[in-house]
Design a protein around this ligand. Sequence first.
Ligand code: DLL
Length: 430
Amino acid sequence: MWNRELETISRKDLEALQTKKLKTAMEAAAKTTYYSGVFRENGIDPAKITTLDHLKDLPFATKNDLRLSYPDGMVAVPRSEIVRMHASSGTTGKSTVIFYTMNDINAWADLLARSMVATGTTRDDVFQNMMGYGLFTGGLGLHYGAERLGCMVIPSASGNSIRQIQLMQDFGTTVIHITPSYALHLVEEIRNRGIDPRGLKVKKAYLGAEPYSEATRDKIQDQWDMEAYNSYGLSELNGPGVAFDCAHRCGMHLWEDCYYMEVINPETGERLPEGEEGELVLTHLNREAMPMLRYRTRDLTRVIPEPCKCGRTHRRIERIKGRTDDMFIIGGVNVFPSQIETVLMDVPEVGNNYQIVLEREGGLDRIHIKVELRSEMFQGDLRDLDRLKKRIVEQLRSLIVVTARIELLEPGSLPPSTGKAVRVVDNRKI
Ligand code: DLL
């Protein structure tokens, strides 16, 4: 284990540690514009926090609160203390931006080194990091963890399959970090080049950043002849390293010395008994730059109450079952249908109805948008339609970072909406 004392801490001592840390976290939060307002409105005094139960009086924080607090309404330290920022993928910038102090980066790297060790990775491994290094947290998050552990890191980032394959072959990569959809695609690319993926040295994959099923994990493991470990995290709570499979691969240990978890009924907001499925709510227990208390992740899961065979006392959560909002993840990019709608409705030629269809082709996610145009558009030149299509594709690419296939339709072509419109049809088998 990376830190045996912390990873096998008794539940009683863990609770005492969490309580102590919660008090500090709330005192830090009080320095932010956002939380000082929330505390004042709800009559909360961080100095009086003596049990974890006190957290119940605090309203939940949401992605929208982060957006409204942009850029620094949730920041608790002076700008000179901040050493890095990240932003959630697939957004236009003015949304969820996360800041870190040097201590935050160190604590985060430590959690990832701990997670990697839990899967059996050692300093002898060659770690190829195929996650985005841009504003996304996936790349740098694991990068620093792997370096801390002492692996040789290949910071290859996502995409460019030919180079990925070459790197794996030339440097004998043993562990990869990759989205499940890219793992499915890359294995095809490897086979297309006449290479047997099972002959490569890759023995482990860390899969995360998007939902996938147990069947997909099995398929990936089988095609690559390796072990796949589930990794969960979200930008608002640092990024990856919130919860990670251990060597037993039977649910992800949520690192409870750093994150306090609650599972709530998404309709009523009430806390559910342990083991019941609901929405995960997380409190970061030791972040300096950007304290985050009772954050509604919108992710559905349940706590596995039984102890794990590995001996770690931090409870496990099950694979994420879905979300309580309409966000979907396409090729690792988080997209809200409303973002697409905003782009479409900004185009004067666009009519009233549209549909987003998600497909998986050759292991890659594709987004296909069917758009009804206003009737007068069909009296003009075909070239105009072509130009319009290109304009919509460009707008979507620059504003939401997705490349969509656009199909322009005459009015009335799509099923009319009677009640709640079905805007997204997900044909991917995930
Ligand atoms: O996806 C952080 C991350 C990077 C996690 C690399 C794991 C590996 P965001 O872009 O903010 O951050 O997206 C967070 O992605 O709320 C979930 O809905 C989804 N998600 C992340 N990991 C998993 C997983 C990163 N293992 C959102 N299974 C989260 C299912 C996942 N969904």
